[in-house]
Design a protein around this ligand. Structure first.
Ligand SMILES: [Zn+2]
Length: 423
């Protein structure tokens, strides 16, 4: 772990761009932060699932990012993230990506090979007894039973992460990419105690992990606000940050290792807790948002009126007609109330303003409809099927769409999390 590595920076934001047309508008949001004196490194993330649904190749994300960086003369680092890749899906991301989110959630709870648990426990006597987490004012009692049970739950997953990491190294070379390990797409949150043990196992695997994405308690549904106890989230995040600091010191993991919060976008109610925790510990975070930029495209089209609005309505009607099929892959991360979905007929009669205010995520606006928002969030397949019809309207209405994309990313995400601004 001594070779020079690419650095992510203290603050970074993961942003999705489903149709590869908004990289410039997204980068504008990072430029705006820079103008206010805060460096926020952009990371364009797109999962294999997303590429498969849209029918796009990871190279398109790279090209869009490079073009935006060139046009806007962005001098800081930027990355393309092979988001939630596995050993099966990683190959086509090697060349275009320099950030790999190694997803091993499916291996949590799988049995490790015989002897691996015993040797892990034997290798970590420092994890027995009382561990004091500096800065978090809490200490934890570790017993051999806890260590063994936790290793039984997570060791196979971490071993798998090591396998994927080494596969990426063999393609790209050590230090030439950012490695993230993600365990967020699972049913149960990981406790700070579990995180400590997971990090020890990650160090054993020799993964110079720079970001780690645990699952936090509460619900992180796609495109809508957090559902859970914010005070509990804040306590949990603080303990996770303290656990990371401990693991960096104890196991020699990279000093810049930080938490990655896979927010699924729009977790506005925890943003001030994230900011406060970073202030308290002097640490950074990678805030990975989901594909809500696509919703800003719809908002921009609706705002443009005419053909744009008509297309936005047509997409809603189609999404409604194919609701079950669209929602199936996202069943664990969306909560749509069908009773709150207006009929296609009703939406056909909407003005620009009615459409945008139903969709735009402004908590407290009585017109905002989180079921409409979640349905359209997963409805990008409809636009993908429209192909050039959709893309040419994106291009024709670029200014109004770009304005919405930049404002959304800056005002609703970057400013509250990284600048501590309340919206
Ligand atoms: Zn995730």
């Amino acid at each position: 772990m001594t070779s020079p590595r690419l650095k992510l920076g203290r603050y970074s934001v993961g942003t999705g761009d489903r149709f590869a047309h908004q990289a410039k508008a997204q980068l504008q949001a990072c430029l705006r932060a820079l103008e206010e004196g805060v460096e926020v490194v952009p990371v364009w993330n797109k999962s294999n699932r997303e590429h498969t649904i849209i029918g796009s190749e990871p190279f398109s994300t790279r090209q869009a990012a490079d073009a935006a960086v060139k046009t806007l003369d962005w001098k800081l680092p930027y990355y393309c993230d092979a988001d939630h890749i596995t050993i099966q899906t990683v190959d086509r991301f090697f060349a275009p990506c320099d950030f790999f989110t190694i997803d091993v959630a499916d291996f949590i709870g799988q049995p490790a090979e015989a002897g691996q648990i015993e040797s892990f426990v034997a290798r970590h006597p420092e994890l027995l007894g009382t561990i004091e987490l500096a800065g978090a004012d809490e200490s934890f009692e570790f017993t051999r039973e806890i260590l063994t049970a936790t290793a039984q739950k997570f060791l196979a997953a971490v071993k798998k992460a090591g396998e994927v990491y080494r596969k990426v190294v063999s393609a790209k070379g050590e230090g030439n990419f950012i490695a993230e390990v993600s365990m967020d797409e699972t049913d149960r949150a990981q406790s700070p105690v579990e995180l400590l043990i997971i990090l020890a196992a990650i160090a054993d695997e020799g993964i110079p992990v720079q970001t780690i994405a645990p699952k936090f308690s509460g619900r992180f549904n796609k495109g809508v606000d957090y559902v859970g106890n914010v005070a509990q989230f804040e306590r949990e995040m603080a303990l996770d940050v303290a656990a990371i600091a401990y693991a960096v010191k104890q196991h020699g993991l990279p000093a810049d290792l930080k938490l990655s919060v896979h927010s699924g976008s729009d977790k506005f109610s925890i943003y001030s807790a994230i900011h406060a925790t970073m202030q308290r510990f002097g640490c950074g975070v990678h805030l990975k948002t989901a594909g809500t930029t696509w919703l800003e495209e719809l908002i921009g089209l609706a705002e443009a009126g005419g053909e744009g609005l008509a297309l936005a309505k047509e997409i809603y009607a189609e999404a409604l007609a194919h609701r079950e099929e669209l929602c199936a892959p996202y069943a664990t991360v969306i909560d749509i109330d069908p009773a709150k979905l207006p009929s296609a007929e009703q939406v056909r009669g909407w003005s620009s303003q009615q459409y945008t205010s139903a969709l735009r995520h402004v908590e407290g606006d009585p017109a905002y409809n989180d079921s409409v928002r979640q349905l359209l969030h997963v409805g990008f397949k409809i636009a993908a099927k429209m192909g050039s019809r959709y893309i040419s309207l994106l291009e024709a209405n670029e200014p109004v769409i770009a304005k919405n994309v930049t404002e959304n990313l800056f005002d609703r995400h970057i400013a509250p999390v990284f600048l501590g601004r309340n919206t």
